[in-house]
Write a protein that binds this ligand. Sequence first.
Ligand code: HEM
Length: 577
Amino acid sequence: MMIDGEYFPTGISSTEYLTAVICAFGALIAWKLVSAIFFSPLSHVPGPLVTAITPHYINFLSALNRRTVGTYSLHRRYGPIVRVSPTEVSVLSPQAIKEVYSSPHYAKYAPLYSIFTHFGAQTAFTSCTREEHGWRRKAVSEAYSLSFVLKDEVATGKVLQAVKDYLSFVESDRRVDIYNANTFYATDVVTGKIFGLEASMKTLAGNEAHRDIVLGHYARTRRTQVWMYIEFPLVMNVFEWFAFYAGKVWSLVCGEKIEDWEMVSRIQRWGWDAYMDVKSNSREGTLAGRLARLAEDGGGAEGVWDDRGVASEAMDQMLAGMDTTGDTLSFLMYQLSLPESRNVQKRLHSELLDAFPKPAEISGSSWPHSMDIQSLPHETILKVLNLPYLEAVLKETLRVYTAIPITLPRVVPPSATTDRVSGHRNGRIIEGKFIPAGTTIGTFAYGIHRDEVFAVETGRKDNLGDVDNFLPERWLINGGLEDKLTPDEMEQEKQRIRTMEARLWAFGSGARNCVGRHLSILEMKLLLSTIYSRYQTQVTPNSGVKITHNRWHQRRTFRDVLPFSGVDGVVTFTPYE
Ligand code: HEM
């Protein structure tokens, strides 16, 4: 006898129905897996099974702060092209890098770059396509050219003032939290460049309110928030949407009008006010002033610029020049302050003293031994820029501790024409593989900088352990012992160094490379030559110095490779006799 409800009207039992649903679901999943593994447009790209099936593997690595090293291990296992998710490919060969980053057709990957807009307006850095980018970059690039930076920043004392302030900072307490000191230094230089010396943040000179703004910007919570934007854009967009409408309701209740772009951070507020100040005082000698004038004239031939656009551009350059340069200096100084780098420091000090003898030994010499100057002669700056060992130390820092080690993602464009060999139309052939248009693709400096071309000793090319070591000598011909070489060996050495130089990717490449690199190199070299001609530095664990910021190893997001994890970054400066 049947009980009502045990049988469905069709005569199928509930157990059978459930089994059918489970089977259908299983078949669907099986089909999804089979199609992801065998029929996806990226199924022929090498990589582990898991990355063919789900994007969560790479997202999980990101959550653990291990995306960059994780991608690097995939390359070591699978070669120069690897599928890192069902819709993303990572490349590591020079040919692929040239194809992706030298071509104007590969747009930037918008979900990542759009996070960096300010006041609701695009910038040169955030604009994704060639059309959006070209006119913005054109408007700023002249002010960052080497000739302009040499005659402007040094002649007007913007960099020198920050170096002087750095020395006073060190003199006030020789146990220096170098993370703070270098972040402040880079901030003072870049705000001086953009808004003028008078309007610069002057954090090293003791402006506490500005120090607080800068350190607040790098606080762990804020950086976690940015990381959330990268990894969980949907959640953050919902949150943003909520915050936007909450702001609207608030403004209705309080009768205060708040524009959406006005909900900005403290540092953005500072940038907005600094820009308005430059504009109202017509400081046309500054970069922000020049851009303001362009905006007044309609923004140039191709683009439209208003106050928000210009302030956003100025803000972006300011932020781009702060932690990149500050952290590179910190990693360099910390590495040089370790006991194993004692010889590196010695060699650098000797090079500086040879190039710039002390006033007692040669009359008329002032900088770097005295800072009683307003500007440096052009020849002195060129001499600093061309010191071979200083150059080698900086290049090795940019290689091993590159400030932006992560993938810089682009989007594969459609083919210009049908590929004759494969017949494919909608995509590009990269590393011999067809990659469909719309795929996210990218490379990362951390991996590029561990290529075998950086292994110095012949016969050790398979032992990549060597490329992780900090060894400035690899950038010198025969480690600096040129006279010991035959002409043939000399030629080989020159070729080895040229190849390494071509592979160094700290500032990116192509039309989207770093516009601020000349300023950054100049400010780093001037500071380092001043410091290392006067002081020895040594790491000072348990120094008792109160760390006023989140320790540098706790900072996350863009730099997921964290050198010197666990240190507090305090270094003691001891003057040479
Ligand atoms: C050691 C210091 C620095 C490093 C390692 C560095 C690195 C980079 C890299 C790798 C890119 C390419 C980013 C991408 O394609 O997504 C870039 C772009 C950029 N950098 Fe730097 N940077 C440094 C300092 C500076 C400074 C001092 C400034 C400005 C004062 C600056 C301004 C910019 C701008 C505006 C862009 C975007 C360029 C464009 O898309 O046209 N950077 N930087």
